[in-house]
Design a protein around this ligand. Sequence first.
Ligand code: ATR
Length: 278
Amino acid sequence: MDHYFVIGNPIAHSKSPQIHARFAALTAQEMHYDRQLVPLDGLAAALQAFISSGVRGCNVTVPFKFEAFAAAAQASARAQLARAANTLVFKDGLVLADNTDGLGLVRDIQVNAGQSLAGRDVLLLGAGGAAAGVLAPLLQAGPRRLVVMNRTVSKAQDLVQRHRNHPSMTASLAQTELTALDLQGDAGSFDVVINATASSLNGADIPIGAGALQPAALVYDMMYGPAAKTFLDWAAAQGARTRDGLGMLVEQAAESFLLWRGVRPPSAQVLGEMRDAK
Ligand code: ATR
């Protein structure tokens, strides 16, 4: 029986064991997936213990995504650009790092929400770890314009520059205008707005005006549940379509599952089950 884990601190709240158990059942994969609390200074020891006991892979959540990337012997281009890993594969005693957060976001937007990104104008709010984790797959989806807007503009500029300089992004950059702006900057209006700022923004902090939304824009918050409510309520009041990050959570898990097992699970079905269960 192959074993997988999700590690973090805290970890009790994680829905990943439930999601992967459904994926395994629906695809008849013989595997176990558990959560494990790792002490804040205990990542290296935890990874070594996984390798020694033949664990096949793990998901990584807060606060270990950056350290897990740094600990890996090899990393995908996506993980290099994010400088963070949410998915590890243990192979031949080595740690291989990937990041499926952005793939999950893009799939939730394009497949589950039916909003294409190709040729569209997309605004990404934030330039911290959450934004860094999704920028490369967003670029690869081929928007016409992708603006990264952040309170601290230098962080948005650094993130954009890192993507401009990476060889894996050359083809995407030929079709997308990628820019960094501060929150006061006027960048026109967008088909899709994605909130990747850390905190649930309260009313006073909503960083964009209604003018940033095209008619029937899709406004997406990478958080889900109550944490996404204020921003999405504001967007709905402006007439936007809204979507929280539960689908991204399920789809990033599906991309990890695909990496590990070579089988794409029926993620839309599992997302539907989770929404129904609420
Ligand atoms: P995470 O890993 O969740 O992205 P982070 O790396 O601490 O967390 O990044 C937090 C992001 O939320 C940053 O983009 C931050 O803006 P700054 O870079 O200017 O700090 C943004 N953020 C947090 N609180 C905010 C607020 N009240 N208004 C606007 N942006 C905010």
